[in-house]
Design a protein around this ligand. Structure first.
Ligand code: B4P
Length: 195
C-alpha cells in the first residue's frame, strides 16, 4: 500500500526536520519545494534567480513556478511506495493544482499532517538556525513576514483538508524525537483506521 502524504505547518515548525525522519521510516520519497529552490539558488540556475527574489523577502514563489516544479517531480519518479510533500501546497491555488496533478496520475492523498507551534517559538528556532546556517530568509524581519504570510495564505488550507477528513494535527513542541514519535503514532493509527 502506498502512502501519499503532505506536511504542513508554519516556517520553523520542524517540517524539513520531521520530513527526513518520516520518509526514512516509511520508505517513501521526500519532495521539499524549499530544498529544491535553495539548491537552485546555490547552483545559480534561472529558477534559482527567480526563487531568490521571493525567498529573500519572505514571500512565496509564484504558484505557476512551484506547481510545475512539483508536477515534474511527481512525473519523473514513479514513487511507488508513496511520497511526502514537504511545504507544498502553501496556497489555495496550489491545493487545486495538486488535486489536478494527482487525478491525472490516478493517485490520492492519504493524510495531511499539520505541525503546529506558537509564533514566538518559530522566531526563537529560526534565529537560532540563523546562527548555524546562512539562510537569507532567517533574519528577524523576514521571519516575522513569513509568519504573517503563513497565517494569511497557508493556514486557511488546513480547513480544506479537515473537511476532507484527512487532516492530522500534531503538537510540534518538544524534542525532535518526541515530535517524530508523535507524528508516527498518529499517522499509523489514522492510516489503519482509514483502511
Ligand atoms: P521551506 O524550506 O519549507 O522552509 P521553512 O518553512 O522555513 O521550514 P523548514 O522546513 O526550513 O524549517 P524546519 O521547520 O524544518 O521554505 C522556504 C521558502 O521557500 C518559503 O518561505 C517560500 O519562500 C519558498 N517556498 C517553499 N515552498 C513553497 C511553495 N509551496 N510555494 C511557494 N513558495 C514556497 O526547521 C526550522 C528550525 O527549527 C531548524 O533549525 C531545526 O533544526 C529546528 N527544529 C526543528 N524541530 C525542532 C524541535 N522539535 N525543537 C527545536 N528546534 C527544532
Amino acid at each position: 500500500m502506498s502512502k501519499n502524504l503532505v506536511l504542513v505547518g508554519p516556517p520553523g515548525a520542524g517540517k524539513g526536520t520531521q520530513a527526513e525522519l518520516l520518509t526514512e521510516s516509511l520508505g517513501i520519497t521526500h519532495v521539499s519545494t524549499g530544498t529544491i529552490f535553495r539548491d537552485n539558488i546555490k547552483a545559480r540556475t534561472e529558477l534559482g534567480q527567480l526563487a531568490l527574489s521571493y525567498i529573500s523577502r519572505g514571500n512565496l514563489v509564484p504558484d505557476e513556478v512551484t506547481d510545475s516544479l512539483v508536477r515534474d517531480c511527481l512525473q519523473q519518479d514513479p514513487m511507488l511506495a508513496g511520497f511526502l510533500l514537504d511545504g507544498y501546497p502553501r496556497t489555495g491555488e496550489q491545493v487545486i493544482s495538486l488535486d489536478n496533478m494527482l487525478a491525472d496520475m490516478d493517485k490520492t492523498l492519504d493524510a495531511v499532517v499539520q505541525i503546529h507551534i506558537p509564533d514566538e517559538e518559530i522566531v526563537a528556532r529560526l534565529l537560532k538556525r540563523a546562527e548555524q546556517e546562512d539562510r537569507m530568509d532567517d533574519t528577524e524581519e523576514v521571519i516575522r513576514h513569513r509568519i504573517e504570510v503563513y497565517h494569511q495564505t497557508t493556514a486557511p488550507l488546513i480547513d480544506i483538508y479537515k473537511q476532507r477528513g484527512i487532516l492530522l494535527s500534531v503538537n510540534g513542541l518538544g524534542s525532535v524525537a518526541e515530535v517524530s514519535q508523535r507524528i508516527l503514532t498518529a499517522l499509523k493509527e489514522f492510516l489503519v483506521s482509514n483502511n
